[in-house]
Design a binder for this molecule. Structure first.
Ligand code: ARG
Length: 564
């Protein structure tokens, strides 16, 4: 109907292009100001008349033509307010939002996006900071897939570097096979801490560790088999978390995957005269760009984080032919990515502008007990289980007869954490407050899921009905219903906007807004009534809302139980 309105305006205002008209059209804050308003201020210059005079003349002209899509057209203070014929408008809205896979598009057809996310550091615990990259990255994957992109989900494990030399030394001195097998990462963390304590007193341990890492880089069998074992043990724990979250990756190509690919990077940097020696190390100076130099090789010749990221980029470009490569990490890695992207540009590759760093803020517990930067002390797995447990207790108390309580508790408990992580702009810090996160009435995951379950319950109560293709649209013309329908129409724009800005929070806000509009509708408009016309029309609204809520939550990685 907006398109029709634009056509009508274009017909009556020859002086403006359609695009100008479209961008000028406004949606009034209050519905008593119409469905759309057209401001006439810009036309004052063209017509050399006061805007309110122009609005008055145009309104008259339009009214004379008796277009049947309007129920009312009026001019108020330089604006023309358009009220659509309600029944027709309701019909158009239902037709628009009632389609299967509403919100999907093909803008990404034939295009590939690499998303590098999660990427925990082997032998270290998976903390809440890694949980955030995992949650945000997964949501971006869903959003881009919805827009038709092909997405490669890459887990760039931190599985290479000097820390493994230290771990090998620590294991050989103080470790035991049984303890590592039994306690996994916790044990590896323990001996790693021990290493640092001992190395304070005896610096030769550091030399020993460096030597072991050099051995690893040279392919020493013993070194590599211990390292591989640490990695396998760590992966068991990480995969347990991914399973709990219902998330998967296409590639677990960590830093070690590039160990035979870094020399080529060094050679190319040399050929293009970008590499400079500095104290035995090799760097790419970036002073001209107000950045610290990008370190490429250390004194002992070993590669580092940035070298492996450069090698990874060449590999990904060659293998996946990406149109965009996105990195989701904490804000503290901003400089690192700026340096890596700059080096790609200096090497002369025009695709440097396809590289995007998507940073996020810190996670802390309310009361300021913990922050990820200082200690990485909040373990993701514990938080997830605690959330599930808390939801389980709420269910036990409020709805003890619910079927399959474990599954529902998992869906809602996990959903609550995901939603909380995705409810604000990425860059904002996330504060954990259990009362807020798990509140069924707040702007939370459980609230939206509960609304979905409410829709499902209405449908169940209605029994075995088939909602007819054409319903009585006049039933839906009240403000509350129309506001719900109009709100839902935003879905495609919201998805597009979330993708363009790498901001899943736009989807969560949308989901809450739809849930709120629905709950008003549920409260004001009785659904299961005698009158079949009314009942069918309203059930149609319920079924559409239900699907859109489910689809929106799916974009965040959240499941919807049918009963709660
Ligand atoms: N392992 C790193 C960390 O835990 C994140 C890796 C991000 N991805 C990358 N390609 N550098 O901080």
């Amino acid at each position: 109907m907006k398109a029709q309105l634009i056509d009508i305006l274009a017909e009556n205002i020859q002086e403006l292009e359609k695009e100008e008209i479209a961008s000028a059209l406004e949606i009034p804050k209050k519905s008593d100001m119409g469905d759309f308003a057209f401001p006439c201020f810009k036309l004052a210059k063209v017509y050399r008349k006061a805007p309110n005079m122009i609005a008055e003349d145009l309104t008259k002209k339009i009214l004379e033509k008796n277009y049947d899509i309007f129920s009312k057209v009026e001019n108020v203070g330089g604006y023309i307010n358009f009220f659509f014929a309600k029944e027709e408008f309701a019909k158009q809205l239902v037709k628009t939002i009632g389609v299967e896979d509403f919100g999907a598009s093909d803008e990404g057809e034939g295009k590939t996006i690499c998303i590098d996310y999660s990427s925990p550091n082997v032998a270290k615990n998976f903390h809440v900071g890694h949980l955030r990259t995992t949650i945000i990255g997964n949501s971006l994957y869903k959003i881009y897939s919805k827009l038709g992109y092909h997405v490669e989900r890459i887990n760039h494990l931190g599985d290479w570097g000097t820390q493994f030399g230290k771990l090998i030394v620590a294991y050989k001195r103080w470790g035991s096979k049984e303890a590592v097998e039994k306690n996994g990462i916790a044990e590896l963390m323990k001996i790693y801490v021990k290493f640092h304590q001992e190395a304070e007193k005896d610096d030769s341990l550091n030399d020993e560790a460096r030597a072991w890492f050099v051995k690893m880089e040279q392919g020493d069998e013993e070194a590599l088999s211990i390292w591989q074992w640490f990695k396998d043990i760590s992966l068991v724990e990480y995969k347990r978390i991914y399973k709990l979250l219902g998330m998967e990756f296409d590639h677990y190509t960590g830093e070690s995957f590039y160990r035979d690919k870094t020399q080529a990077v060094v050679d190319e940097l040399n050929e293009k005269h970008l590499l400079v020696e500095s104290d035995g190390a090799h760097i790419v100076p970036l002073d001209d760009y107000n950045m610290a130099p990008c370190l490429i090789t250390k004194k002992d010749g070993s590669s580092i984080y940035a070298t492996r990221d450069l090698a990874a980029l060449f590999y990904r470009k060659k293998t996946y032919h990406f149109d965009k490569c996105i990195y989701v990490t904490g804000l503290e890695q901003k400089l690192h990515f700026a340096q890596v992207f700059k080096v790609i540009e200096l090497l002369g590759y025009d695709w440097y502008d396809q590289l995007v760093h998507v940073p996020y803020g810190l996670v802390s517990m309310e009361g300021g007990k913990l922050s990820t930067r200082s200690g990485n002390v909040i373990y993701a797995e514990e938080i997830l289980h605690e959330s599930i447990q808390k939801i389980y207790e709420i269910i036990e108390e409020k709805n003890p007869d619910l079927e399959d309580k474990e599954t529902v508790a998992r869906q809602v408990g996990i959903g609550a954490i995901l939603f909380n992580d995705l409810y604000n702009q990425r860059i904002k810090d996330v504060v954990f407050n259990w009362d807020k996160i798990l509140n069924f009435d707040g702007e939370t995951g459980p609230y939206v899921q509960y609304t979905y379950a409410r829709c499902a319950s209405v449908m169940r109560k209605a029994g075995d009905v088939t909602i007819p293709e054409e319903i009585d649209y006049s039933v839906l013309t009240d403000d509350v219903t129309m506001n719900l329908l109009k709100d839902i129409t935003r879905f495609p724009e919201v998805i597009k906007d979330a993708a363009d800005k790498y901001e899943p929070f736009m989807i969560s806000r949308f989901a809450v807004s739809v849930a709120q509009h629905f709950n008003k509708f549920y409260h004001d408009c009785q659904i299961n009534v005698e009158d079949e016309n009314v009942k069918m029309a309203r059930l149609k609204v319920v079924s559409i809302t239900m699907r859109v809520i489910k689809d929106a939550l799916a974009l965040l990685g959240i499941e919807c139980p049918e009963q709660m």
